[in-house]
Design a protein around this ligand. Structure first.
Ligand code: SF4
Length: 430
């Protein structure tokens, strides 16, 4: 098959350069944290309370981001082997093993600087039991305080007033007092609300970027490209001036791309022809990220929406951080993360994406490590096919364990799936 990817690989966009600089500077701040007297909070991406942490002048470390970065940089296999050597089973989430292996190997972060030890482990429990086990391991290692925020699961996709009140109560009576003890400061409500207002501004721009994919051709890839777009907002930057500037710039670039009728950027330049529009469910594989992406771009397949890029916040269903209700909005944010939703709500979201983004079908990448995502995916596949009449594809890989990325097998499955999409197109959709 001829390849619709790609006009010559171009220079990086300004937003990409900006993001790289932001991340580099954050890791430098972490490396200097002890010297500068700044406290450090380890926390997870879904349900992260970045604005609250920053309002105390503390710095965030997100272990999943370190693990995925290690995967992309070819270091995860050695870290996982190190963790397995010390007794962690093959079945354990590979983010955890990658993190434990990194810790045992000197805790050198993705940019090559040493990560500081945590002053607080902030466990926002949003749908994943592994989070709890992971921080139990880190607590044994670091012997630092743990603050737990128990976020109730949303079985019906609805946040009830009692669920919100339960989370707000923990924020006021458990989490904030723990932060005050660790930081030695009282909560600065003005600073928190300023952070939240900036979050909302960045979220508006991110949603405009997601919605650009309704256009044909889509100017973005909402899965492979999308994981770069969520970098700042899912990590240490939501609520910062830098995040506002990043998303403003990204939106400008995407608007210009759309006005010029251009397809998305790919590892090999701009996609020249959009042949398939797909919705993707599940996290990507990080150890062969560009190889995986090219399996789609070579066929002209573009992800117009994905659920993984909603794991750290679902903004395109209308949620924005609301500075006028700081505690309630933090509660709603945590409650609304994708992995905190029950299967009916997940299926409804995917159905909506397939219809609203005029997708030809959907692909599920079922990762071995992550039960939070993988449980129920075959059921979701059947239900989505029934509701939409669009074909679903199912592939299996892993997050950061390269032993579970079977390149030839995955490529075969993608190609067979796209042939099925062609056949259905010619036969007409239900
Ligand atoms: S099981 Fe999934 S959600 Fe839980 S820590 Fe691992 S990757 Fe994250």
């Amino acid at each position: 098959m001829s390849t619709p990817a790609a006009a010559a690989a171009g220079a990086k966009d300004e937003s990409q350069i900006r993001q790289k600089r932001m991340i580099g500077e954050h890791f430098e701040r972490l490396a200097r944290a002890r010297h500068d007297g700044r406290k450090v909070v380890y926390t997870f991406v879904p349900g992260n309370l970045t604005e609250l942490i920053a309002s105390f002048g503390m710095l965030s470390v997100l272990p999943e981001i370190n693990a995925l970065q290690s995967g992309m940089r070819g270091r995860s296999a050695a870290y996982i082997a190190e963790a397995e050597k010390s007794g962690h089973s093959e079945d354990v989430c590979t983010y955890v093993k990658c993190d434990i292996g990194m810790l045992r190997s000197g805790n050198i972060g993705p940019t090559g600087t040493k990560l500081p030890e945590p002053d607080l482990l902030l466990l926002s429990y949003t749908g994943c039991f592994t989070f709890m086990k992971w921080f139990e391991l880190l607590r044994e290692q670091y012997r630092c305080p743990v603050a737990m925020l128990h976020v109730p699961y949303q079985p019906d996709g609805v946040i009830t007033p009692s669920m919100r009140a339960y989370v707000v109560d923990q924020l006021k009576n458990e989490v904030i007092p723990a932060m005050e003890r660790v930081s030695g400061r009282r909560l600065d409500l003005d600073e928190l609300t300023a952070q939240l207002a900036r979050s909302a501004a960045a979220e508006d721009d991110l949603v405009a970027v997601w919605e650009s994919a309704r256009h044909r051709p889509s100017p973005i890839d909402g899965y492979f490209g999308g994981v770069y777009y969520v970098g700042p907002i899912f990590s240490a930057f939501r609520g910062s001036e830098e995040a506002v500037a990043y998303y403003r710039e990204l939106r400008r670039e995407v608007d210009a791309r759309m006005a010029a009728g251009k397809g998305p950027a790919t590892p090999d330049g701009t996609l020249a022809e959009e042949r398939y529009r797909l919705v993707v469910e599940g996290p990507p594989n990080w150890t062969s990220f560009n190889d995986f992406w090219r399996m789609f771009t070579r066929e002209g397949a573009v992800a117009v929406a994905s659920t993984y890029t909603r794991v750290g916040g679902l903004y395109d269903t209308g949620f924005r951080h609301d500075a006028s209700h700081p505690f309630e909005t933090l509660a709603d944010y945590c409650l609304g993360c994708y992995t905190n939703l029950g299967l009916p709500a997940r299926v409804a979201l995917l159905e909506r994406y397939i219809r609203e983004y005029h997708a030809d079908g959907f692909i599920i990448n079922s990762v071995k490590s992550c039960n939070s995502f993988s449980a129920g995916q075959l059921l979701m596949l059947r239900e989505l096919e029934r509701r939409t009449g669009r074909p679903g594809g199912f592939i299996e890989s892993d997050l950061v364990d390269p032993r579970y990325f079977g390149k030839a097998n995955i490529e075969n499955r993608i190609q067979s799936y796209l042939q099925m999409v062609d056949a259905r197109r010619h036969g007409g959709y239900a």
